[in-house]
Design a protein around this ligand. Sequence first.
Ligand code: ADP
Length: 379
Amino acid sequence: MPVHRKQRSKKPTRSGDRAKTDIRNDHLIFGLLGESIVQSLPIGVIAFDSDLKIIEANSQASKLIKLGDFIDESLAKGTDSPGVPGFDWTKQLKSIMSTGKTREFDSVHYKLNGKTKLLQILCTSLKKAKTARSLGGAVIIEDITEKVDIQRQLANAERLATVGKLASKVAHELNNPMDGILRYINLTMRIIEQKKLEKPKEYLTQCRQGLMRMVHIVSELLEFSRRTYTSLEYVELEQIIEDAVRTMDPRAGACNIRILRNYSRNIPQIRNGNLFQVFFNLIKNALEAMPAGGQLSISTRLAADNTAVVEFRDTGTGFPKEYADAIFEPFFTTKDKGTGLGLAICKDITERCQGRITAENAHGGGSIFTVHLPMADRT
Ligand code: ADP
């Protein structure tokens, strides 16, 4: 692939001087490093003369910015201000050339073909070795969009892990006193019922409801932070699903919901590492999404990559498309009495089994939650 070499076009009219000829003759950067090396670099390299006219650029440079005749214009075309009001590339580059200093512009937002990339742009002046006379400069551009994104994700994961640890400690602390309070409320309720005191009974019922909700949240938090599996024996996948279905069956019946099953017979046994909790949460959510009745279809199959796929397809409300990622975040809920922990727990447990969980809206209404579980070698 040829190096993008700017021709001495007649169009650019900025004033010429001897430095321009020198930089061309010397083939700075490209000449010294060798064209093929510069060409294969994953970063953009552009050499320009003292009039800021681009002399040479590798092909990566033209993928990162809109290359024109002049470097300042090319940089300004995608961004005129890396975070500083009144920023001027021409002034910056000229000052770099006159002072001989190198400057780095970090996380510059650059718009190219409708997409904004984050670029790290290093500008340096180039001098003639013997006379130290400025010949122009070079701009080195790296696309750091992905790197910054990964850093953000890592920071987010660390933050979540810290919050998770803290939540687990708080949940442990709250568990015992809450249990005690609940017992005393129950005892008091019994006496109040015997004495037929209606008002205190009503107040205590309210207290108990609030407390039950707290107990529910704390127990889900504890489940979320639990690091060990309750059971590691090998079982049939459908047996775990059936256990979860059986638990929810009375509720489904009461809500006029039919639960259909279609199990594949060729799925090997699987380690029961809290998967019951995953299937239970998915069934519970499906039932809650069908308050006026409906149908939940649960199916299993073995994918070509030896992954067991369990699908929960309901005919409920579905969820807004923009919530597709958010619903797996801890504490995200659209329900009045929701905790927003069910799907976060499902994701956590599935990922600990080296699997993954996805959610999508079904054509014609309802939603589909799919759990992918790699089949480990039993040996
Ligand atoms: P919670 O059930 O306490 O709200 P979850 O983490 O289990 O917490 O669910 C988060 C959110 O995901 C729910 O509030 C709901 O908006 C959405 N959701 C989960 N399952 C379904 C489903 N089967 N159909 C539609 N929306 C769902």
